[in-house]
Design a protein around this ligand. Structure first.
Ligand code: PMP
Length: 434
């Protein structure tokens, strides 16, 4: 196999960084291990093409949105049609109610929806709603979970060691960025995930101050880590008992684990949930869904670009495409092929490899081969250095994986041929690295 040459990406990056801070649009686009990020020019189906004309089988999916693959025809058609009428009015449009109706049919907990532009904003809105509705101010969030980058969201999203996380029953609140106010975390309580005992104790002590518990139903942003049996049901029962709202952050799991998200997959209905990414195949729109009584409790969604007509058209077309028969069966089939393939490679190279798949999410990590239950355990067993080298080498031979977290995204456009090529490259790369 030949290493790809990426000299044009390097040149593009060198020029861009003169004018754009960090040389990237989002810090997550930066090259984590290489000297420069690969600049992408075009995508089609499961493939991306870079500035040097190299082809990549892509499992990054624009960090999740591209569940239908790149340039899905139905979405392109709907957006092109809307372009003829105008791109932005800041007024209600014909399709606004149609999209709202469609989402309430698809998302189990949705009686109504509110639109925002990004996952970060949707979570900010859900937290404000929870506080307005309950008249309480504290929010429980879990270690290692990412809900966005606002001051209050970017707390204990990661850690370098278990020591940094502090005492398990009263974890540290880690502030990650320069410039983030120290008071950002004043109204947050951070707890370890998958531990109903600690949660119950906290609710017993401070329940009458707690507006909401927010969680990803599958811990996707670190790990990923699956919920223990009855954990989500336990969250539902305890929050109801103590009068706090349960918020599922389904920015990643939404429309990926199942059409109705992880709440449908696990059969647990939160009071509020947030969606973004896969709702619209790459157009910036996000959703807060929940009970009418909560959404109508008197706070209002501002935002110049909220429910922009192009995004609404893209989201409607995406929902139609994902509703077609066979979509989730196809994703499941491909996920199983990848899991089985990596288990064979684990034996061949005598490596501990962890793989799981749920809908359009494929989990891959090194250093352990059993389910881990929280971020602390993950920090202790995960072989981060090996995963990083693996991702770097896979990219050099034309397979693009997420750079640190072991969460890979499948799309409807991936094929069995993509999977077998991916496994061949992985076989070659693991041979080099072991
Ligand atoms: N919540 C979760 C679970 C996420 O994974 C992300 C983004 N990775 C966000 C919220 C924030 O979404 P956005 O990047 O669209 O602001």
């Amino acid at each position: 196999m030949e290493r790809l040459r990426t000299v044009n990406s390097k040149a593009l990056y060198e020029e861009t960084k003169e004018y754009v801070t960090d040389g990237v649009g989002s810090y997550f686009h930066r090259a984590k291990y290489q000297d420069y990020p690969i600049c992408m020019i075009r995508g089609k189906g499961s493939k991306l093409y870079d500035g040097d004309g190299n082809e990549y089988i892509d499992y990054v999916a624009g960090f999740g949105p591209m569940l239908l693959g790149y340039c899905p025809e139905e979405v392109d058609r709907a957006v092109t049609e809307q372009l003829k009428f105008g791109t932005h009015f800041s007024a209600p449009t014909r399709n606004l109610g149609a999209l709202g109706k469609r989402l309430t049919e698809i998302i189990p907990s949705a009686e109504q929806v509110v639109f925002q532009n990004s996952g970060t904003e949707a979570v900010m809105y859900a937290l404000r709603l929870a506080r307005a509705y309950t008249g309480r101010y504290k929010i429980i969030k879990f270690e290692g979970q990412y809900h966005g980058w606002s001051d209050e969201e970017k707390i204990t999203i990661t850690a370098n060691s278990v020591e940094e996380l502090g005492d398990r029953e009263h974890p540290n609140k880690i502030i990650h960025s320069k410039g983030q106010r120290l008071s950002s975390a004043d109204d947050l309580i951070v707890l370890p995930w998958n531990d109903l005992e600690i949660l119950e104790k906290t609710l017993q002590e401070q329940g009458d101050e707690i507006a909401a518990v927010i969680t990803e139903p599958i811990m996707c942003d670190s790990g990923p880590i699956l919920p223990l049996p009855y954990f989500l049901e336990g969250l539902r029962e305890l929050t109801t008992q103590y009068g706090a709202l349960l918020i599922f952050d389904e920015v990643i799991t939404g429309f990926r684990t199942a059409l109705g998200g992880a709440q449908q997959y696990y059969g647990v209905t939160p009071d509020l949930s947030t969606f973004a990414k896969a709702v619209s195949s790459g157009y910036p729109i996000s959703v807060v869904a929940g009970k009418k009584e909560i959404l109508g409790c008197g706070i209002h969604a501002a935002g110049t670009f909220n429910a922009n007509p192009l995004c609404v058209a893209a989201a409607l077309a995406t929902m139609d495409a994902l509703s077609k028969p066979g979509v989730y069966e196809h994703l499941d089939h491909l996920g199983k092929l990848l899991c089985d393939g990596f288990r064979v490679l684990a034996e061949k190279y005598n490596l501990k490899i962890y793989t799981r798949h749920i809908g359009g999410i494929f989990i891959l990590y090194f250093g352990f081969d059993h389910d881990v239950h929280d971020f602390r355990e993950w920090l202790e067993v995960a072989d981060v250095a090996f995963y990083e080298r693996f991702v770097q080498e896979m990219e050099a031979y034309g397979v693009r994986l997420t750079d640190e977290r072991g969460r890979e995204y499948l799309s409807v456009a991936h094929t069995e041929e993509d999977i077998s090529r991916t496994l061949k490259v992985a076989d070659f790369v693991l041979g080099k690295l072991t």
